[in-house]
Design a protein around this ligand. Structure first.
Ligand code: HT7
Ligand code: ZN
Length: 872
């Protein structure tokens, strides 16, 4: 497989003004007829080149006609999945009849079957698995879709836009015609047919248009869509209020499907969701999943403007729509709940997973310069770091100018396929802010390291920060240029009071430093004593901050900083410092010894009822195994696990009474509600329980068991179960079995059970996982189930990182098994193996051996790209 490069982009030689599709859906074969109204693209300057259409190996061509005359075989050929037509007029109608077998489509790209329904997934390059087409995002066309099927089996037949006709064929089949007036690339095409139940609602826009809202599911799930429907209406209102964006069609539909490679898809007017990201009920859904449903409903809806009305010119520009839309959904969720809690969660995820990606063999810029398989670039870098870039623009411009920039972007590019540079140009033009250097964030990979040192001049009352930046080399980018980095800073006195200071003529309690050079000095005047700096407030840039904070500075920031985010950040840093010492002791085979400075800080937190319980819970949560692995080099997985366990037990024993009290104080009574307030209480209660149980007191063990048995909601029940499993509760196995018995008819709950069971640490973890894959609840065709079991196993230190390498061998076997069946899922399963270079030497070698074994197979493009880059 070979790479394609951004620098080689050329405009399409042909355009498709209108696309007319007919689908004759059937269990055995589906016949797809396309009538493409095409013309040469004057902008391409090519007047004679052949027409080359994209296809897939499973698409069988039955016939092709030009302006209704069948083409003789010598005038076209199929080569490497492309249909090549040697000669064309300047303007013509191309008709293709193709046959596909959706029921045998295990890749879940294109048209496929999920349960008893037909559904599609066309982003990024799925449409070519349906029929031959110019499958690239800068070819935008007006689609009319005719669906013909047996109404008894498929009473619901949906596509993009509005239903414009309904009738019967001579054979008695039902015919439904959909027309989407908005030109769109093929990746936004969608079709669904099945026996589905519907929930209807109406949203009245700011200009008083009534929009019909419909959510479709299989009938047994229709009682679980109320939350998603309310979230949709909140999203529609928010986009009007915050971005001035109103919905455009008269109908907006969402369909839930069980088999789906990712979370959801923003097809124009017909979003398709993984049911795990749409369905919610108090008994079966945890708080985290409720928030996820809301965020993803919002994300897909927001794409209607940031993605659909204005789309990407090419797939290198993916972050144009994804980075912006993630920023929009993050801000929405912050507005719906707590801004600080949301920021902590997002940053914690970024620092754990995106930083690891940036430090690994798949590191790439937010706008990649090349790829072998675009599906591999739906990454945390493109999405999450891309959102951080948009957030930095927001910080640099301020809210008002940012909104002006967004308005200009939508107005200037409505109906176009554009680039990240176009987005930046709109932001610059509307604000007058120069983003020339800032642009490097899009093209330079890697996480910058920002190092801060300080001095205080007693005589002049001047505090000086010297800040350097350095971005480490990444694949294909050995040297880096300085970036434009906004650093939000506040200063505190030794009692934790905010200090006002003057910087460049502005006096304020907070400043945004514009770091643009490799080294810069910032002078704050008007201070009477050396302050404690609160640096990078709100995580104002996606960088690794280095500043030599003393323990007392961190304790001060944790208890008193005006910036809630930095209070959490200080607590994390304290915990990281203590854990680093413990990890070293574990690696050196020493007995653990620690007098934790966190005890006092945690005690104050646990006694302060004025604080947001959700923030307290976040501050109490120790840095995760994954985050500590990201920080470590080399990574000793077992040492990290032991160190975390030791610190948790120390804190639990030192504060046992506080955890027990807080557990009882935050026990929410009454009917379940997914409100910020109730979620906050549940999160603190369950965090307290997770500590209390580490004391091994009978009362705590009993509390876990009772909560498991008597909860009226999945958050509390599943928290109790997870706590039992991780703390190796006497009844953990009994509880796991009972949980499965209770929920075996609810697939989404069973997925949680699969994941937790696979993550249960033990010497025979691998046998457990093999047993789970043979369990009737498992299905290799269902990505959610594969992710649950293999994702859970990946977190299982004893099982996955077993010294004999059997965990890595097993994962490699699964990747090889899925490589051809579902390349996208197989490729994503490779992620843990890409970290091999950072692992402790004995494990590193074993992992590398497995990568080499995978490499010797006949690989899909998806898996080939990840494995070959990992070994390079
Ligand atoms: N834009 C959507 C991307 C997506 C996708 C990409 C590759 C393979 C399968 C996929 N399903 C959905 C999702 C989003 O970001 O909104
Ligand atoms: Zn998206």
């Amino acid at each position: 497989p070979s790479a394609i490069f951004l620098k080689d982009y050329t405009v399409p030689p042909f355009l498709i003004d209108k696309t007319e599709l007919t689908f004759e859906l059937d269990e055995a074969v589906t016949i797809v007829t396309s009538r493409l109204h095409m013309r040469r693209n004057p902008a391409s300057g090519k007047s004679t080149c052949p027409l080359v259409l994209d296809g897939g190996e499973e698409v069988k061509l039955v016939g092709v006609a030009m302006d209704d005359y069948p083409l003789p075989p010598e005038e076209y050929r199929i080569s490497e999945d492309k249909l090549i037509i040697t000669a064309t007029a300047d303007e013509f109608i191309l008709t293709c009849e193709t046959v596909i077998e959706p029921q045998n489509n295990t890749r879940l790209e294109g048209l496929y079957r999920s349960s008893s329904m037909f559904c599609t997934q066309c982003e990024a390059e799925g449409f070519r698995h349906i029929t031959y087409y110019l499958d690239r995002p800068d070819v935008m066309s007006v689609f009319t879709t005719t669906i013909i099927a047996d109404e008894a089996r498929y009473p619901v037949m949906l596509s993009n836009g509005n239903e414009v006709e309904r009738g019967k064929t001579d054979e008695g089949k039902t015919v439904v015609v959909w027309h989407d007036p908005f030109p769109k690339p093929a990746y936004l095409f969608a079709l669904v047919a099945g026996d589905l139940a519907v929930k209807n609602d109406v949203f009245t826009t700011q200009s008083k248009r009534d929009i019909k809202l419909q959510i479709f599911t299989e009938s047994h799930n229709i009682d679980k869509v109320d939350y998603a429907m309310e979230a949709l209406k909140r999203s529609m209102r928010w986009d009007e209020q915050v971005y001035g964006r109103e919905y455009d069609l008269d109908i907006f539909m969402i369909v839930a499907v069980d088999d789906f490679n990712m979370g959801a898809m923003e097809n124009k007017g017909l979003n398709i969701f993984n049911s795990s990201c749409l369905l919610a009920s108090p008994e079966t859904t945890t708080d985290d999943s409720y928030l996820r449903v809301e965020a993803i409903v919002a994300h897909e809806y927001f794409h209607n403007w940031s993605g659909n009305r204005v789309t990407c010119r090419d797939w290198f520009q993916l972050s144009l729509k994804e980075g912006f839309t993630v920023f929009r959904d993050q801000t929405f969720s912050a507005d719906m709940h707590s801004e600080t809690v949301k920021r902590v969660e997002d940053v914690s995820f970024l620092k754990t997973a995106q930083f690891a990606e940036d430090a690994g063999p798949m590191a790439h810029p937010v706008r990649p310069a090349s790829f072998i398989e675009i599906a591999n670039f739906y990454t945390l870098t493109v999405y999450e770091k891309g959102a951080e870039i948009v957030r930095m623009i927001h910080t640099l411009l301020g809210a008002e100018k940012f909104r002006a920039g967004s308005d200009l972007y939508f107005e200037r590019h409505d109906g176009q396929a554009v680039t990240c540079d176009d987005f930046l140009a709109a932001m610059e033009d509307a604000s007058g802010v120069d983003l020339a250097q800032f642009k490097r964030w899009y093209s330079q990979a890697g996480t910058p390291i920002v190092t801060v040192t300080d001095t205080f001049d007693e005589e002049t009352g001047t505090y000086r920060l010297t800040i350097t930046q350095d971005t480490p080399p990444t694949p294909a980018q050995p040297t880096k240029l300085p970036l434009h980095i906004p650093v939000r800073v506040g200063l505190l006195d030794k009692q934790g009071q905010a200090l006002s200071s003057e910087l460049n003529g502005t006096t304020s309690e907070e400043h945004v430093l514009q770091l643009t050079d490799s080294e810069q000095v910032f002078e704050f005047s008007g201070l009477s004593a050396c302050p404690v700096p609160s640096l990078l407030r709100g995580f104002s840039a996606p960088v690794k901050l280095r500043y030599d904070y003393s323990t007392s500075d961190l304790l001060l920031l944790m208890s008193a900083d005006a910036d809630g985010f930095n209070r959490w950040s200080a607590a994390q840093q304290l915990a990281v410092n203590e854990l680093s010492g413990l990890i070293k002791q574990a690696i050196d085979g020493q007995a653990f010894a620690l007098d934790s400075q966190l005890v006092e800080g945690f005690k104050v937190l646990l006694g302060d009822s004025s604080l947001d319980p959700a923030m307290v819970a976040l501050i109490l949560s120790l840095p995760s195994q994954a985050y500590l692995s990201e920080l470590a080099n080399p990574i000793y997985p077992a040492a990290i696990k032991e160190a975390r366990q030791y610190l948790k037990t120390q804190l639990a024993n030192a504060l046992r009474g506080d955890f027990e009290r807080v557990y009882h104080e935050h026990n929410v009574q009454g009917a379940y509600q997914a409100t910020a307030k109730d979620i906050a209480h549940r999160s603190l209660k369950n965090m307290a329980l997770s500590y209390w149980v580490e004391t091994k007191e009978a009362g705590a063990q009993q509390a876990v068991f009772e909560q498991f048995q008597s909860s009226n909601n999945m958050t509390d029940q599943f928290s109790a179960l997870s706590i039992a499993v991780t703390s190796q509760h006497d009844k953990a196995s009994e509880m796991l079995a009972a949980f499965y018995d209770q929920w075996q008819t609810e697939p989404l709950v069973v997925n949680k059970w699969l994941m937790l069971s696979a993550s249960q640490e033990s010497d025979h973890a691998l046998e457990t996982v093999k047993g789970l894959m043979a369990h009737p609840a498992f299905d290799l065709k269902n990505p959610n189930k594969v992710r649950s079991v293999l994702g859970g196993f990946g977190q299982n230190v004893a099982g996955f990182h077993k010294e004999d390498g059997s965990g890595y061998h097993f994962l490699a076997d699964q990747i090889i098994l899925l490589n051809k069946r579902n390349p996208q899922i197989a490729s994503r399963l490779c992620t843990p193996l890409t970290r091999w270079r950072k692992l402790q030497p004995e494990l590193s070698l074993k992992m590398k051996t497995e990568l080499e074994r995978i490499m010797s197979e006949d690989l899909s493009k998806d898996v080939y790209e990840v494995i070959s880059k990992s070994l390079a």
